[in-house]
Design a protein around this ligand. Sequence first.
Ligand code: HEM
Length: 275
Amino acid sequence: MSFDSDIKPLFREQDRTAMLSRFDLWKYDDVVKHSFAIYAAVSEGTMPCDERWSPEQVQKLKGWIDAGTPAYKTVPGDQSCISGMARAHVACYGECIADGPVVLPRAGSAVDLFSARISPSACIAEGVDYDTLLERIAEYTLRAAFAHAADQHDWDQDELRRRGLRALELFHNGRAVWGDRIAYEQSLAEVTLTGDYPRFDRANELNPELPECIDRDLRERWRLAGYSVPSLALDMKKLFAELEADAADCARDAREEFMSNLLSGRTIHRRTNEI
Ligand code: HEM
């Protein structure tokens, strides 16, 4: 799957013309940069304004985003472990920074600051230290697992369950983090050809250790909490399943207690009584 052969043909000439004041639907960089907004518009049916996309068309766009918005058919290296934002950065060489939850450290500061998000609407952490980053990911995971159990999860929460830590766009001191050395070096070579290396360098960082560290440290946290789960790098299905099962047990116990209180005639402190 590639942009030119699969994605660009989805956009008609009139779509492109109508949208040119915002972005160019026939330009790879623009479509990558606005991929979440474009996906939201076509999946919700708000765009194009005259004719709704078929489910197959929406699925094709989603598949391309999930595959890492490949520009070309054959991309050496495993692109799956590059964080999504890093991919956006390679397209626009840093212009996306303004869109992202990226907090730069104060001048002269030796502190490492991290940000993480799944999409612009699912910001997990912004400019926090490493321990806080882990806490926020764990909290987001718990909320996502509960939402999944209640069948009320959104797209971003399910991304975490399905794709694990790969779903996260990570930033370190304001730079998009790349986990895949080969893909990073390939992109760097392309950028060097266009002569925009300094901009790329300011916006990107090769750091395969960071996703590995997060995986190891998160699993240790979960282990201490009683959950021994395999690597969270590729998916979090097992962890979600265990959290969901335990949450269901807690909810059942709470309901049983509530019922026995009611039946034994004990006074129930109802929320409506407080009003
Ligand atoms: C597949 C084709 C299309 C896609 C993916 C698309 C996508 C989008 C997106 C993502 C936005 C929001 C942009 C923003 O937040 O700034 C938008 C806005 C808009 N689009 Fe499209 N569009 C498509 C086709 C069209 C067509 C055919 C028309 C008109 C005939 C159109 C007219 C507009 C207008 C007028 C707005 C601005 C709406 C507003 O101000 O709230 N679009 N489109």
